[in-house]
Write a protein that binds this ligand. Structure first.
Ligand SMILES: [Zn+2]
Length: 348
């Protein structure tokens, strides 16, 4: 066994190759004991600006003993329970390939960070004003600049799990960054789709989708000079929404302050409509879909935000069941145009 690392998590923390799906699975067995901050009695609804028991609030102690600074707005730190790490156990060569290369394993290399949006425990990103949301995006852009230069990093997933229903372990408003040495499946798939479309039609797939949504118009939820949000023709979840900057950027890195402000405005209108539609803080999973940062150029890729709310209505969750989990095929119970119409008629 390789003992060149000090983490002591050999066999519990690694990537394994799935030969049928042709993709990596990350195993992080060492994270089982991570803290759980939700009060099940209140359903996660927060009433206080500061919670002395929250490990993300300013001035509080985290699990590794570090004290959070007295931060005001954005605060970023390395995850104390990382799913990928630069100190993940190395895999010694005899264990890296088994059964004549059928089974492969490699180190869960990467960097995992936490991004707190605001010092206040009881707000969501939607509750901030567009300038404050823009400031969050500016910090994320800075992170992308850092990871783009990092030799160990090939792909970056920025995501927010909002709401207890999607398994968030702490209600304090925050998102996470997983920067990895492999490219995330969806971004790889989208790159292949865009390359195929380019070959067949000679145009950019993302631009064509935006154009089609603008022409159909009925599924657009919010639009300004710099960005557009819509429930696409092909939405899988009832309220699944995409937000695109109008100008093509492979990642956040090249977006201007003005474009990020436009993105923030459109984000806020969309998510306020989510909240107002059912008069609740509407849960979602949000991902920043971005091109790899492996040193190559990806001129075909058009970064965007993908929001997947798990609810069809309060108390009615879309479970990923037979078709979705069993066969990777979505079966939706709602029609995108109907859900878009519902959000479009809400006046802010
Ligand atoms: Zn907090």
């Amino acid at each position: 066994m390789n003992n060149s690392n000090a983490s002591g998590f050999e066999g519990q923390w690694e990537k394994r190759w799935h030969p049928l799906r042709r993709e990596w699975i990350v195993y992080a067995g060492h994270r089982n004991n991570r803290p759980w901050n939700f009060d099940l009695k209140t359903g996660g609804k927060q009433s206080v600006e500061y919670d002395p028991g929250c490990y993300l609030c300013p001035g509080n102690k985290r699990v590794n003993g570090n004290i959070n600074p007295d931060y005001k707005d954005v605060f970023i730190f390395d995850n104390d329970h990382p799913v990928v790490g630069l100190n993940a156990p190395a895999i010694s060569p005899p264990l890296a390939e088994l059964h004549d290369g059928l089974y492969k394993r490699t180190a869960a290399t990467g960097i995992a960070r936490v991004v707190c949006y605001d010092r206040r425990h009881n707000v969501s990103l939607t509750d901030l004003n567009p300038d404050q949301i823009k400031n969050v995006f500016l910090s994320l852009r800075e992170q992308m600049n850092f990871f783009s230069e990092h030799p160990a990093i090939k792909s970056v997933l920025i995501f927010e799990n909002k709401g207890e229903i999607v398994g968030v372990s702490n209600p304090h408003p925050h998102c996470q960054i997983y920067a990895t040495d492999f490219v995330f499946n969806l971004f790889q798939k989208e790159l292949e789709a865009a390359a195929g479309w380019r070959k067949e039609k000679g145009t950019n797939l993302f631009a064509e989708i935006i154009k089609a949504e603008q022409a159909d118009a009925v599924r657009i939820i919010s639009e300004n000079e710099h960005a557009i949000a819509f429930i696409p023709f092909f939405a899988r979840f009832a309220y699944e929404a995409y937000i695109f900057p109008k100008k093509k950027h492979a990642t956040l890195s090249t977006m201007t302050d003005e474009e990020l402000h436009g993105l923030a405005e459109v984000f806020q209108i969309l998510t306020r409509k989510f909240d107002l539609n059912f008069k609740t803080s509407f849960p979602y999973v949000m991902a920043f879909a971005q091109a790899p940062v492996d040193g190559n150029e990806y001129p075909e890729y058009h970064m965007h935000l993908l929001l997947c709310p798990p609810l069809r209505q309060p108390g009615l969750q879309k479970f990923l069941a037979g078709p979705e989990t069993g066969a990777d095929t979505f079966m939706a119970d709602t029609i995108p145009e109907e859900k878009a119409a519902e959000l479009r008629k809400i006046i802010l």
